[in-house]
Design a protein. Structure first.
Length: 413
């Protein structure tokens, strides 16, 4: 095992023992072998940067590197943005540790030395984020490499295998060239992804959210404070932000838009699909501290003569969040609320069972203009999981879910 900290500054000699320069950077070509060092960059005595392909490395140690090429044949370094530069792109950078679901900073990079077909290659093993790696860097130049290794043996090691490293690349074009994948992030629980976003810079937040699917990004965005949501959205391209907001529950989208300047909210609403934009605009008309502002318009309402089979069909076609779908509502011909039925009760009933025979009594609802305190009181008193919201005529216009009430209580502590 050898570390980048030990490689940086190591002198390079050519095929005849002539001095070439000192290593200042090493590069990985993701298009070639993702975990193999492809190029060594050295600075010569006259300050020029020269590049040495891995196939020209004859031997490598913490003391010296020897090439099999004469110094006169070693070319000048030409930058290549498609490659990962260990010092610039990894060292001291924040990366996402998917296994432990957190953001960490890279202190060093671990390599395995392998002799292959007459040359020596380095394979990336892991990124080192532990205290031992930090000490190694701090002590560099103060103690010999041998003594530093003895010191670090007494300190905790913490590494992330290279195959589990999720780099954060803010530049979309470079991210595409590097083929950086965020598949593992997309499989994380939105709450964990939300925690990660809170520890990233604004630029890195945008990079992550624009690199995963919009549904997952919207769920993760919903897990962070509204003020931070607004900051992220303001830094995104308007069309991307509009697509993201479309995927959020209407009540959360409305809360977010209220945090933004009016002109920004108007622009984003214009970029949304008309139906989604209309749902959000309905919620924006309510004052911030009333039930109407807390409710969502994602619910299922069925006619009075509907059956359990009709309800199951409606659930299958529902495009909102199934996780918050606990109750179905019955309305009359004038769209007035007449009943509420727990979804579990519907599923347990015969397909032909009329829903009007499954009513829960008493029917608890609230007016859209009722204050938050009244909503919290109803949830506590009746042990509700959802609360229908009606207008002045008794028409069903939305529902407040228990997760929204919990969030409200936490915010008001």
């Amino acid at each position: 095992m050898i570390y980048f900290t030990e490689i940086e500054g190591v002198p390079v000699f050519d095929a005849f023992g002539e001095y070439v320069g000192k290593v200042v950077e090493i590069c990985i070509d993701p298009e070639d072998v993702r975990h193999r060092v492809s190029l060594y960059i050295a600075r010569s005595i006259d300050g020029r940067l020269v590049s040495i392909p891995y196939v020209q490395i004859q031997s490598l140690s913490v003391q010296s590197i020897h090439t099999n090429t004469p110094v006169a044949e070693i070319p000048a370094y030409t930058p290549n943005e498609d490659w990962i530069r260990v010092k610039k792109d990894l060292l001291d950078q924040q990366i996402i540790d998917v296994t432990d679901r957190k953001v960490v900073r890279v202190n060093d990079v671990d390599f395995d030395i392998q002799p292959v077909d007459g040359h020596t290659q380095l394979l990336v093993v892991a990124v080192n984020v532990g205290l031992a790696a930090a000490a190694r860097r701090l002590l560099k130049g103060l103690l010999s490499k041998h003594l530093i290794r003895r010191v670090e043996n007494f300190l905790p090691q913490q590494v992330i295998p290279w195959d589990f490293v999720n780099l954060i690349e803010a530049d979309p074009s470079r991210r595409l060239k590097l083929r950086i994948s965020y598949d593992r992030l997309a499989r994380m629980h939105p709450a964990d992804l939300g925690d990660i976003l809170e520890h990233l810079s604004a630029q890195d937040q945008t990079a992550v959210l624009t690199s995963i699917d919009e549904e997952t990004a919207a769920e993760a965005l919903s897990e962070i404070p509204t003020s931070m949501q607004a900051s992220i959205v303001k830094g995104m391209e308007p069309h991307k932000a509009a697509d993201l907001i479309e995927e959020m529950p209407p009540d959360e989208a409305a809360d977010l838009l209220q945090e933004l300047p009016p002109e920004t909210s108007t622009e984003l609403l214009a970029g949304m699909e008309p139906e989604e934009a209309e749902d959000v605009q309905e919620l924006l008309q309510f004052e911030e501290d009333v039930a109407g502002a807390l409710m969502t318009t994602d619910f299922i309402a069925l006619p009075e003569n509907a059956t359990a089979e009709d309800a199951v069909t409606a659930v299958g076609a529902f495009e909102g969040s199934l996780e918050s779908l606990h109750v179905l509502y019955l309305i009359d011909a004038d769209e007035k609320l007449v009943g509420a039925i727990p979804l579990a009760q519907v599923v347990a009933s015969p397909a032909s069972k009329p829903l009007r025979e499954l009513f829960e009594e008493p029917l608890i609802s609230t007016a859209a203009e009722q204050p938050h305190d009244h909503v919290i009181e109803l949830f506590q008193k009746y042990n509700l999981v959802s609360l229908p919201v009606v207008d002045e005529q008794g028409k069903l216009i939305g529902e407040v879910t228990s997760d929204d009430v919990i969030d409200l209580v936490v915010r008001e502590r």
